[in-house]
Write a protein that binds this ligand. Sequence first.
Ligand code: C5P
Length: 233
Amino acid sequence: MIQNTHNPKIVIALDYANPQDALNFVEQLDPTLCRLKVGKELFTAAGPHLVEALIAKGFGVFLDLKFHDIPTTVAKACEAASRLGVWMLNVHASGGSAMMEAAREGVERSGQQPLLIAVTVLTSMNQQILNEVGVAGTVADQVLTLATLTQKSGLDGVVCSAQEAPILRQSLGQDFCLVTPGIRPADAALDDQSRVVTPRQALALGSSYLVIGRPITQAKNPLEALIKIHEGI
Ligand code: C5P
């Protein structure tokens, strides 16, 4: 039985270099089964018009631009992003509470109500890199510190790995949104991901939304791959 709600939990990462490839792919999908993530590469190449075109097709769009700047600039960027009508957008929690509170105010000024979430520690960062930029604690401590600050600043959730989800869920409650990449169906290639979990495991660990890219974008039949993942969860 496919869970066909209007709150689909699968967010497909549209990691394409140009708008035409992205649109050709999206033509094969169904907006009641997934949302779409537009990141820095595609947004820089294609601009806001592509985001508006995806929304016009009925898709919820997660604009993954990870804003990190002085509070006023982030507030204005978040306001502009929200005016596009996106479903979700994000900032870096390491910008601090003043920046995140400004981001929240920018979203509110737009008159729209997207989910506003934060990135804690990029999963590309390990202990050594964290120390290099002056953070003495462990990666896990830093993730929890920044996720707690995100919640106190009035944001809706964080991007995190599914492994981090149980502790964040326990500390931050049921309503905090946990968005997790690094998802692989049991029969899919790992690509360049190392610590992966299946869609079903991620939800069991406390994920709210699953970001999935190549297992769907590189599939021969993307809609079939998407439906199969739905059936698995
Ligand atoms: O193709 P794949 O499923 O690995 O794509 C995952 C998406 O999530 C990509 O857009 C990647 O940049 C993003 N992401 C990630 N790990 C993070 C944060 C974001 O894989 N920690």
